[in-house]
Design a protein around this ligand. Structure first.
Ligand code: GCU
Length: 680
């Protein structure tokens, strides 16, 4: 992946920096394992990039690198300005050249060892991408406090919505707590700034329910140790009905004193083994999982009960808001799944303890290729929130099709909710800068498995890499992240990196073109979610409909004639979506039911847009293939061939989508394609 080594060192490109790389002056730091990790990563990184192993010493002169926390050595402290330590906070860092006559050095420093570790990875990234000069002066502080990944891994080794092999954490109900793969993963995550990980599926099945018991805690602790050395805290998903399922109690009622006591004891056990345990992630009353509703209690009752148990140890509850009726009657047009999260949670604002964090998916439905931003984000002033993205490509090509998701996430982060007037973007809300949240940040469902290349499709690695980079600094552009990843991963060939970045940048729009049009979503094969099946969910209980008939298509979510969902947004946004004239084309069918002859802002009719985009999508996949073929010889043969294979499969997929969608809508609407292309 992007920490990969073995490219030919380019000494010339390193220029004067090269002189600094031969000696590393360490500080005699007791501290935690993170300092050792930082030194080790720096030494190994430099060796792999330059081909020469640097020497570590406790003092020296001439040109060198030095690394440590502020306060640990006078060489470091002399390079830090007054007040800088405070500005760096717990995770920020500086990389700075200092010139003091006999001593000319580059200092890598953080206020904490964690900051220092991030400095090391940043330094190596700059070195490897040719972004380091001998006048370096970089200060970085992450935008978000919680920067997490979630794993939907099960203890039998399967991964729910995993497209890259089996779990790296479990096999046959055993934790792989001594696996080198887990440590490698910790390195990958830390190198892009991730600081929290939930290692089991939010759907907590029988064996996983016991992860918080002494049967499994020793192994959980070993995995936590691995991540701790990389500055990453461990979290577990828990089963709300655990007191019953583990055979201890007959109820899981959050207001029952025995239940409360039970969870307090469990929390105490967990902290015995993992003293810096992050907390519990909970999917309750969602898709048939147990929760407080069984006992006539609400989600504040449920979350607070767990929060009380974790509070003495500084743990948090990540309580998911993916709560909706999954037994809906398709005949009932008044119930709207998109409304559900807001309707359930907004009235509870002010009732949650301050170590509860509501975890909200980026859109109101479920990680579709296109959705509006969830109106719940920012809507609760007094309740901590964390935004949830999906790195694993459940609905976006399943790591068979290329779909670089950073541009999608950036659109979400840049969305202005206007909750507190202009500038109330998701980006600022998730940073706790719009409402003063005690805990906030961003999380996402990971896309890795035990495949040798981690992500099934090589190019899907860019999503994991980019996710970390983006939530460290959401101002980075998608292009820059793509180029950085390509250079780190495929070696220092700028032209090749540009081509790969172009392919990535084009991929989400292409995927959107040949799949579901204008924000309508859900035209996928039920359960699998790969490949077209237009009516697959149309008469189902899941609340996922497009309502296409012979006249038109789309879901009327307006306040005036529809489900009223549009009213969940602040006035300016609500009006924007409510009004057919102002609703953006790409979300038109999410908010409105319109005739096929309705004219979009582009000037095209809806039906012609459907035909055109589906033909274009396939043509553009063909163009991507020819661009990729142009890379032959510029990147290593194995990965070149692997991606060729995936792209051929993507082309078949795109053709299938094109023909199924076009044919379906031609037959429904009886309106021919203006350009007379083949539709079946
Ligand atoms: C989707 C996904 C499920 C997952 C769920 C969730 O519905 O298909 O596999 O469990 O989201 O986020 O909880």
């Amino acid at each position: 992946a992007w920490l990969q080594n073995g490219f030919e060192p380019d000494h010339a490109a390193m220029g004067p920096i090269h002189d600094f790389l031969q000696q590393i002056i360490t500080t005699a730091q007791a501290g935690s394992g993170i300092y050792q990790t930082a030194v080790q990563e720096l030494v190994d990184g430099i060796r792999s990039i330059t081909g020469q192993k640097p020497v570590c010493m406790e003092s020296g002169s001439g040109r060198y690198l030095t690394l440590g926390t502020i306060g640990s050595s006078s060489f470091i402290d002399q390079s830090i300005e007054a007040g800088e330590a405070e500005r760096l906070g717990d995770e920020g860092f500086v990389i700075r050249k200092v010139d003091r006559g006999e001593h000319v050095y580059i200092v890598l420093a953080g206020k904490t060892e964690k900051g220092l570790l991030y400095a090391v990875f940043h330094f190596l990234r700059l070195l490897k991408t040719g972004g380091l000069t001998d006048q370096v002066d970089v200060t970085e502080v992450p935008k978000y406090r919680l920067r997490m990944v979630n794993h939907w891994d099960n203890m039998d080794g399967s991964v729910e919505r995993g497209y890259a092999g089996q779990s790296i954490f479990y096999r046959n109900d055993v934790l792989l707590s001594r696996s080198a793969r887990v440590r490698d993963y910790a390195r990958l995550l830390a190198s892009v700034g991730i600081n929290g990980i939930a290692i089991n599926n939010v759907n907590v099945h029988r064996h996983e329910t016991r992860l918080i018991t002494e049967v499994y805690l020793p192994d959980v602790a070993r995995i936590a140790d691995i991540f701790r050395n990389y500055g990453i805290r461990l979290y577990l998903s828990v089963n709300f009905a655990a007191p019953i399922e583990l055979g201890d109690l007959r109820t899981a009622d959050p207001l029952d004193a025995d239940v409360q006591k039970w969870w307090k004891e469990k929390a105490a056990d967990v902290y015995c083994y993992v003293p810096d345990f992050g907390g519990f992630l909970v999917k309750a009353d969602s898709e048939n999982r147990p929760g407080p509703f069984t006992y006539g209690r609400d989600h504040a009752d449920g979350a607070n009960m767990l929060a009380e148990a974790l509070k003495p140890y500084g743990g948090i509850v990540l309580w998911r808001c993916f709560v909706y009726n999954c037994h809906q009657d398709w005949r009932d047009r008044t119930t709207d799944r998109a409304r559900a999260a807001y309707d359930h949670f907004k009235p509870l604002d002010g009732r949650f303890l301050d170590n509860v964090v509501l975890q909200i998916k980026n859109g109101p439905m479920d990680f579709q290729v296109r959705e509006p931003v969830s109106p719940l984000i920012g809507a609760m002033e007094k309740t901590n929130q964390i935004v949830e993205f999906q790195i694993t490509q459940e609905y976006t090509g399943q790591q068979k099709d290329v779909c670089y998701l950073i541009p999608q996430w950036k659109e979400v982060l840049d969305f202005d909710t206007r909750i507190k007037g202009e500038g109330s973007t998701v980006k600022e809300i998730a940073a706790g800068l719009v409402h003063p949240y005690v805990h906030s940040g961003i999380t996402a469902v990971s896309n890795i498995g035990d495949d040798l290349n981690w992500t099934g499709h090589h190019l899907a690695q860019a999503n994991l890499y980019g996710y970390g980079r983006l939530i460290w600094n959401p101002e980075l552009s998608s292009e820059l992240i793509a180029k950085e990843w390509a250079l780190l991963t495929f070696g220092p060939n700028k032209a090749a990196a540009d081509t790969i970045a172009d392919i990535l940048m084009a991929s989400w729009p292409i995927y959107e073109k040949y799949t579901s049009p204008l924000g309508v979503g859900w035209m996928v094969r039920p359960h699998y979610h790969y490949g077209p099946d237009i009516d697959g969910y149309e008469y189902s209980k899941w609340g996922t409909y497009h309502f296409a008939d012979c006249h038109g298509i789309g879901v009327d979510r307006t306040q005036s004639t529809g489900t009223g969902y549009s009213a969940q947004y602040e006035k300016a946004n609500s009006e924007l979506y409510e009004n057919l004239e102002t609703c953006p084309d790409e979300l038109l069918l999410f908010f409105h039911h319109v005739p096929y002859t309705h004219r979009l802002k582009s000037g095209k009719t809806v039906i012609q847009h459907i035909y055109d985009t589906h033909f274009e999508g396939v043509e553009q996949v063909e163009q991507v293939i020819s661009r990729w073929r142009g890379l032959e010889g510029d990147i290593d043969a194995e990965r070149y061939r692997h991606v060729c294979g995936r792209l051929e499969a993507q082309l078949e997929n795109a053709k299938e989508w094109r023909d199924v969608i076009n044919t379906y809508f031609y037959r429904k609407s009886a309106i021919p394609d203006e350009k007379n292309r083949v539709i079946y």
